[in-house]
Design a protein around this ligand. Structure first.
Ligand code: GAP
Length: 488
């Protein structure tokens, strides 16, 4: 490994060069805050999502309490819609409260998040901050709701207004009763969802970190009030372990418990899992995932109406006629616990992560530069993405050493065999060194080469991306060796 400094410029350039991430609508000049994932990027994201889903849902065993869990529990998945009844966002508080403060510059018409002015560039003079140029004229901070508005149906009037969801979480809350009454699951139970969310961020920035369209991996865990603190600790620590298992190292990853003044008004505890993204100054970390103890806020809001804090209590916000300002559904979302013969409104623990932020952290962590000898033993600099094999877009690349002597045919056979199980790649173009380096930059953990010896003894070379070490293995053993190294 080298001591090369990973910069955002290098990450952005690699993502473009290798087809991980492109600016959306780039040929028309691009649209800020929107990103397209190219052939390698889409595989990386799919692998992240599949790993999360396996860890959360399909790999979960409800008959066995995982290590450190307070008890056994159930876990199911859900896919809810992006557009929901606008009453959902009114009762949840997003309609009134999901805003950032912004300032406009009357001169250049630039718009900045009030808390980002100190780190933003003046569009007229990028060496200065907004407000520092003699011609800048900034307005007072104002509120800006981050939800994208749309219309449902043919009429464009206020009764048809709808919003693109700013989080997937509300889908789980409003389906709590549906899931419980149809799935034979019991509290404690988690409902997991992966899906797109949209936020009209005032200043999207730092590559994909703050996007306007992004994917979330959220799980709402419903439990009894008495056990909720234990479950909060459990999920907080388990989520950190998941990131570590994908290769994020502890010195770049940290868990930060929020102080009481930093938490949302409904939160009984929040911790951020943070990563030292390279766009941040040394020693600073950015949010990768938030884990929150949300109490009974969500289910109560959807029963009674939008809640506000009144001292230690959460109470329904009322209008001038004493009616709920934003009524809930009026449906009973409480739970009767057969085991304890008690009825309660479940408390919720929510680990909420971003697919794009995980992909970005994994790319930053994996980026490395070193020098390896070429065919003549001369050191050649290379860029290598040391991605964990489970998330690597392509698991193995298969090459014939030369394009003759039956080697392409044999290599294609090996390729087809492995393709039944994994996303693998066949390449016969260019020198073998160049082919290796292309795969190193793409994060492919294994390269398999068919050479003259293959025709004699049915063996191939298996090259490890990180060490560049090559071992000779039998074609018949390839699948099991690769499976073992990928870990599944
Ligand atoms: N339901 C709770 C919730 O949405 P959040 O902290 O606002 O909580 C959860 O979002 C995760 O979603 C964040 O930790 C981050 O990974 C991702 N995320 C949020 N806003 C984002 C944005 N503008 N661009 C990319 N990812 C974002």
């Amino acid at each position: 490994m080298s001591n090369a400094v990973t910069t955002m410029e290098k990450i952005v350039a690699l993502c473009k060069r290798r087809g991980f991430i492109f600016q959306s609508s780039e040929i028309y000049g691009g649209v800020r805050g929107f990103w397209d994932y190219g052939p390698l990027g889409v595989e990386l994201k799919r692998n992240i999502k599949e790993t999360w889903w396996r860890d959360m849902v399909t790999g979960h065993d409800p008959t066995l309490a995982p290590p450190d869990a307070p008890s056994t529990f159930d876990m199911v998945g859900l896919e809810s819609t992006i557009i929901m009844d606008p009453k959902v966002w009114k009762a949840s508080g997003h309609y009134d409260l999901f805003y950032d403060m912004f300032v406009d510059c009357k001169t250049c018409k630039g718009r900045f998040r009030a808390d980002h002015v100190a780190t933003s560039e003046c569009p007229r003079k990028p060496s200065k901050r907004p407000g520092e140029h003699t011609e800048c004229e900034l307005t007072e901070p104002r509120e800006f709701n981050l939800m994208f508005k749309s219309y449902v149906g043919a009429l464009i009037d206020p009764t048809a207004e709808a919003y693109l969801r700013p989080e997937t979480a509300q889908g789980m809350f409003v389906n709590f009763k549906n899931v419980l009454s149809t799935s034979r699951v019991k509290v404690p139970v988690g409902i997991a969802q992966i899906g797109k969310s949209f936020r009209n961020e005032i200043t999207p920035r730092n590559f994909t970190f703050r996007s306007r369209e992004f994917e979330q991996m959220e799980m709402e865990f419903f439990c009894s009030p008495e056990t909720s603190q234990e479950w909060y600790t459990y999920w907080r620590d388990r989520r950190v372990e998941w990131y570590v298992s994908l290769g994020l190292k502890s010195d770049n990853l940290r868990l930060r418990e929020h102080g009481p003044n930093e938490r949302a008004h409904y939160s009984c505890g929040t911790a951020d899992i943070e990563y030292a993204y390279p766009f941040l100054p040394d020693g600073e970390f950015g949010e990768l995932e938030g884990v929150s103890h949300r109490g009974d806020f969500d289910l109560r809001s959807h029963m009674e109406g939008k809640l506000i804090r009144d001292g230690d209590d959460l109470v329904v916000e009322r209008d001038e006629h004493g009616q709920p300002k934003h009524p809930g559904s009026g449906k009973d979302l409480s739970y009767f616990d057969d085991a304890t013969q008690t009825k309660y409104i479940p408390h919720v623990i929510e680990p909420a992560g971003g697919v794009g932020r995980t992909a970005l952290a994994l790319l930053c962590e994996a980026y490395d530069e070193d020098a390896i000898p070429d065919e003549k033993g001369k050191p050649q600099e290379r860029v290598v993405l040391r991605l964990h094999p489970r998330v690597a877009p392509v698991k193995a690349a298969i090459f014939p050493l030369v394009k003759k002597d039956g080697q392409p045919e044999l290599a294609a056979e090996v390729y087809r065999g492995l393709k039944k199980r994994w996303h693998v790649f066949y390449d016969e173009k260019g020198s073998i060194g160049k082919r290796y380096r292309r795969q190193d930059e793409s994060g492919t953990p294994f390269c398999i080469t068919v050479d003259h010896q293959t025709t004699e003894d049915e063996t191939v070379t298996l090259r490890d991306r990180d060490t560049t070490e090559q071992t000779r293995v039998k074609i018949a053993d390839l699948e099991s060796i690769v499976a073992e190294r990928i870990g599944g």
